[in-house]
Ligand binder design. Sequence first.
Ligand SMILES: *Cc1c(COP(=O)(O)O)cnc(C)c1O
Length: 391
Amino acid sequence: MKNKDKNISKSTYVVHASTDPLSHHGIVNVPVYHTSTILKPNLDDYRNSRGKYDYGRIGTPTSEASEKAVAELYQMDDAVATPSGLSAISLGILGVLSSGNHALFPDSMYGSGRRFVEHILPRIGVSFDFYDPQTSVEDLSSMISDQTALIYLESPGSQTFEMQDIPAIVRLAHDRNCLVACDNTWATAFYFNANAHNIDVVIEAGTKYISGHSDVSIGYVVSSGATAKQIRQYAKLNGICVAPDDHYLTLRGMRTMRVRLLASQENALAVASWLQDQPEVIAMRHPALPSHPGHHHWKRDFTGSSGLFSFMLNPEIPFSAIDAMVDGLALFGIGDSWGGHESLINQAKIKRSITNLPAGTLLRIYTGIEDKDDLINDLAAGMERLRKAMT
Ligand SMILES: *Cc1c(COP(=O)(O)O)cnc(C)c1O
């Protein structure tokens, strides 16, 4: 950006973030700097670490551009890039906890993050509990002890989309001297203002909407002040770094993030509204639909919804009929991840310790940026296959 204007909207910001053509021969996008070694002009400069960059692992113009763009998008001090969203979860947690601490995680936490918690935290002497994401603040309060140092949020929850009462939990956490980490991958900086909600550690899988084209694994841990320094140091000591091509692709994806989010949101709302009217669908889980149990929290705290939601089919429908519907879809790929340009569908695989789901088959949909009528027509033909398989 030529003139750094702090008052521009996020939509404009992502278009110009971290561009610096004057430092790169007029080239619009920050080039991909592939390097391990960064040479110094003389031994004295080397001895005293003079110059902006010392070593490829620690930072290059390419990594700095992508990290700075995400930090500024969140209006927070620093964003540390990690090689995946999952490693952003582990960094966000390990970066602020020590042996002897206790931490609280929502039962609806992203599955691989949950496995990290269950397998790694006991090995380093951190105790933890899972809590019902829809629990009352009073009940959550009773789970906090003097050792509790972190309350982790993910709202909406993975696959089941429970909304949390974020302002109340943040107030409780800070009253009790706990930090708050939040996996904000679903909403992104556009639809949930984590900084305004006093989140201490924001985790976002850039694999999803920021990079946006299903071809990059990257995560970011975003924070401010002393917490940011601690997390940056933890990452540096652990040698966490991301390949320059992935930084480049992510920053390139970020330019169109706003328009992709808008298209994906519109498609999800159209598809979810259509699905809601099908007799085989017994429950919808889309936070922006008024029928969603946590809709009031979404409406109060969020400024938009993304393309990921789930719906439950009647438990009497056999897998063979569901497979006939899903396997024949032309526009929805069957697979993990989301946030790219293309639509996806899968069946939720859920592990919970304290909350239960009603009976039924839970399918998760991600709507990309295709035409919404084409997506609905594809699903309508799928529903016909399902009905035919039932007769
Ligand atoms: C995908 C996802 C992650 C993990 O991202 P990866 O890049 O796949 O490791 C974390 N949190 C949420 C909510 C996600 O959807």
